[in-house]
Design a protein around this ligand. Sequence first.
Ligand code: 4AD
Ligand code: MG
Length: 457
Amino acid sequence: MNRTTVKSALAATSPAEKIQVCGWVRTRRDAKTFSFIELNDGSCQKNLQIIVDENCHGSERVKEALTGTAIGVVGELVASQGKGQTWEVHATNFEIIGSAPDTFPLQKKGHSVEFLREIPHLRARTNRFGAMFRVRSRLAFAVHNFFQGRGFSYVHTPLITMSDCEGAGELFRVTTLPLDNPPRTPEGAIDYARDFFARQAFLTVSGQLEAETLACALGNVYTFGPTFRAENSHTSRHASEFWMIEPEMAFCDLSGDIDVAEAFVKHLIADVMQNCPDEIEFFDKFVSRGLRDRLRHVLEKPFVRISYTEAVAILKASGEKFEFPVEWGESLQSEHERFLTEKHFGSPVAVYDYPKVAKPFYMRQNDDGRTVAAADLLVPGIGEIIGGSQREERLECLLAAMHEHGLSEKDYAWYVDLRRFGSVPHAGFGLGFERMLMFVTGEGNIRDVIPFPRTPA
Ligand code: 4AD
Ligand code: MG
């Protein structure tokens, strides 16, 4: 007999004489001649109520069905008389599939997220994490829907790379050299010529540079994959391993780039609200009050767009006491970003045209000579969720920027080639998938939106 999921059982439009459901016991209440079991199988937010009475085959073992026990039930799906559910199952056959003693850590209610972080292998069985990982799945699907619906090609960029795209030096090294006794050059340096790839290699911080080459062949492309950063940031928004979506578009400038970013973020929110209503309701009720209204508000209004120079003027005139001073030319700190998006505008804000000093080599230089065509999207509760730019497509300008950043033309010869052969204006951005999940669920810590978080020690 085929297993019916709790989700489809609860969505039934008519009773069913015989169905089979399997799952894990959330709670059990015993009356004199029968027991109520709340069964969850992870297919949806809700539980299915099972009634096991004395006539049910196997019912003599029902008292072994402690919280966490895996059970299988065959029975009749009938309209429920009780409150809170439409359908319930009257069991005719009850079976313990895998028992769970009372040492199972997830007894009833009320565990802190900090405690649950210590048991990542079990926490997906709670309401909160079950909801999160279903939303995560749906959000990934929505990413593909958005781009596939617009004719973008999904491209796979390498995870092992030889280049530091963002130039921040936050790379995890990939090597097979013995750590305790690496081969040395005559000068005494580590001899990477004898490493696995005969040169230094790293885990990627971004697939952008490779995506650019594919955009300059296929037109519109996007990547969606894992990204690694050895940045020693102990915050609630930084992970060492996270997923990033990076669209890259040929024949596109910065304002077209921001248009796509805005449409993309709105598409993701609308999709999850429509397809995960029970999960969003759960987060609204138990994790972040008012979540649904805030998300609706984001969908309704156009995002604010201001230049970095305007942003600095607003921050300076704000009278707000910031920990870091606001000075033209300095990076915007998280406190500045959050002031703009949360207090000043109360809406997502795209800040564009940043000073070139603090930005990577590939961004297109503006005519003022001191800013580049970069844009960050800032959202309430999180700050930066997207970073993007128009790329430098002019050969001479790119070579000059590489020189300023101390990069060798030889190492990036393939990247420079794009500017030699049929170079076109192009632009793209990166959306942090975990930050987007935090935004749509109201969950405050990146450790709670990915099944097995990797963060610095
Ligand atoms: O702003 P970033 O560093 O931009 C890039 O990597 C560009 N190459 C993207 C592009 O233009 N194709 O990173 C993009 C986004 C950030 O806005 C943030 O949402 C997320 O990636 N991100 C992180 N998320 C979690 N943990 C970290 N340590 C992150 N670092 C960046
Ligand atoms: Mg950034």
